[in-house]
Write a protein that binds this ligand. Structure first.
Ligand SMILES: [Zn+2]
Length: 294
């Protein structure tokens, strides 16, 4: 770490380890390989992680083994800082804050984004909504150093395509608990296939009157379809996509903070947003607990 990083407030390292241990082990440390609690402490690692010896399977592990933090050279408090800051700061800014190599920080940010997309299984059931939004995102984002950020915006009904740097995002919401899934699409012609893939058979799908949703109720997984026109002044019963539109406003505000995201990384950014929206109180603990060994 160089001198510039002295300006940044980092949480105390031992606090970070305590929080990590509590999230993944609770009160009793159990072996990450065999789950035995016949475990004894055996010193610490070079990164100050507690090391353990499992008497049952006779292997070592430590606080960081199989976590998102395990394979990175950063100090734990730096990684906590990155995860907290990536909610609102571009990666280049975080790298500058820490005085760390941009590529290395970006690598870790991508890891966290990818894991965010794997944390929860998503299935549509009962009354759900589908809607689409077009995001202006080109080959380059602010992540590509040396490029001046271009004028960017988001448009609701622009009818864009991935190739024309306006990738459509299909937004699926489960009305029961408001959980959301964002899918960046090449185009929307296969939207019905995507929807069917996540639907459990009981889905009553509310959409607008865009033709991609025509006869969606014929698809396996989908039981019914309520299409509304956006020119309708009144929302009739379940037939609306207001929850999707609410999530779109979060999406717009959030992406604006990054002043341009590459279309190739857009899905990753949306994975992280999804986790934050779906787990507003426990998203951080979910990341701490996540077992990267699969
Ligand atoms: Zn073991």
């Amino acid at each position: 770490m160089d001198e510039k990083s002295a300006q940044v407030f980092l949480p105390p390292r031992e606090r970070c380890f305590e929080r990590l241990r509590l999230a993944r082990f609770g009160e009793t440390v159990t072996c990450v390989h065999c789950e035995s609690d016949d475990v004894v402490k055996r010193g610490t690692t070079g990164k100050d992680a507690q090391q353990y010896w499992c008497k049952e399977c006779e292997t070592y592990f430590n606080d960081l083994t199989n976590t998102i933090f395990g394979q990175h050279r950063f100090k734990l408090e730096e990684m906590f800082y990155i995860v907290k800051e990536m909610r609102s700061e571009p990666t280049a800014q975080i790298a500058r804050d820490l005085g760390r190599d941009y590529e290395a920080v970006l690598n870790f940010v991508h890891k966290v984004q990818d894991v965010s997309g794997e944390i929860d299984e998503f299935e549509l059931y009962d009354v759900c909504e589908a809607d689409e939004i077009y995001v202006t995102a080109g080959e380059k984002g602010i992540e590509d150093e040396g490029q001046s950020p271009r004028e960017r915006g988001l448009k609701k009904k622009g009818r864009g395509r991935f190739e024309s740097d306006k990738p459509p995002v299909l937004t699926l919401v489960r009305r029961d608990d408001g959980r959301v899934l964002f899918l960046v699409c090449k185009d929307l012609q296969d939207a019905d296939e995507d929807i069917a893939e996540y639907s459990d058979g009981s889905v009553i799908l509310c959409t607008d009157d865009y033709t991609i949703y025509d006869e969606i109720e014929e698809k396996e997984g989908v039981d019914g379809h309520l299409a509304v026109t956006h020119s309708d002044t009144y929302v009739i019963g379940d037939a609306h996509t207001n929850t999707c539109e609410n999530r779109h406003s979060f999406l717009r505000q959030w992406l604006a903070k990054f002043r341009g995201v590459s279309k190739h990384h857009l899905q990753r950014y949306l994975n992280f947003l999804e986790l934050k929206l779906n787990e507003p109180d426990s998203w951080f603990e979910k990341l701490l607990c996540y077992n990267v060994s699969g």
